[in-house]
Design a protein around this ligand. Sequence first.
Ligand code: MF3
Ligand code: CO
Ligand code: CO
Length: 333
Amino acid sequence: MNRLRGNAQCWCGSGRKFKRCHGDQRAMRRRPVQPGRVGPLLAVPSSITPPDYVNGQLPVTSSSFQVHSGESLERLRVACRVAAEVLETVGREVAPGVTTDYLDQVAHEAFISRGAYPSTLTYKGYPKSICTSVNEVICHGIPDDRPLQEGDIVNVDVTGYVEGMHGDTSATFGVGEISPSLQALIDVTRDATLLGIAAVAPGRTLNAIGAAIQPYAFAHGFGVVVDYGGHGIGSVFHAAPHVNHTVHDWDTTPFEPGMTFTVEPMITAGSPNHHMWSDGWTVAANDLLPTAQFEHTVIVTDAAVEILTLTAQGSSPAGTLALVAGETLTPKP
Ligand code: MF3
Ligand code: CO
Ligand code: CO
């Protein structure tokens, strides 16, 4: 499996070299994101039950899988629907001039009005209610006072805790008008996420996810982050299994009906090598080229897989499996 090279013909059929078409890194490159000022901790009303790790306790991690059915699945469905609604609400606010801190406030209020605790708030010391990862930031960007600029892209990652369950979902949004190559990065990342999800079914193994995602990203000339993956989720925020988005033939954990986990690939315009900001959270691409990410919480069903992080209307800014079924994906190479 080879990543499409700059001198190869672009996958879009233009007949131009990839590096002069959707792989034009000069058209994608943005001014490096500078850390801004992070606002004070926002309060959560005492009527909302926080997860165990709030109030000083260490987060429970679980080395066993999260498996849900019946009553516990109903509760997880609520948490995932709330997360999808909050993501949709925040997505509507993304615009030039809006600060990521404002997006955090919108999410914070949207969680609270639904009786949910924003899972990231004080998680291992994380100071905000969502993650906002702009341009070359790969994941875990902390909302701050930097106004979004026309042509930026921003991943908004929301996790909410309600009914004793965490629901986790994210999407990457363009800010105003963005370049066609950045739109392609977003589209390929969303479609790769959905293809990874669609590869899940009982009888198959965990490595089916990366086997669907990495070749798709590579065929479009993009990279895949190796070091961060999806995770089991339910009453615990980050549980087993670790979900790889790259090809790992050895990873033959079988899918079992009821298993719940996230699929959340980070796709890079350039190299997936990364570094950490001095804030200890923000992960950024070394080459400072933009990256995108989408995330859903899913459950293995008796027949295949179901996305749980959808609104009551069945929609999501992160897309639905109808996109895979309808073959409306980014042009195939
Ligand atoms: N929501 C992120 C995920 O997809 C986790 C964020 S943890 C934080 O797993 F502490 F960085 F916020
Ligand atoms: Co996650
Ligand atoms: Co997330």
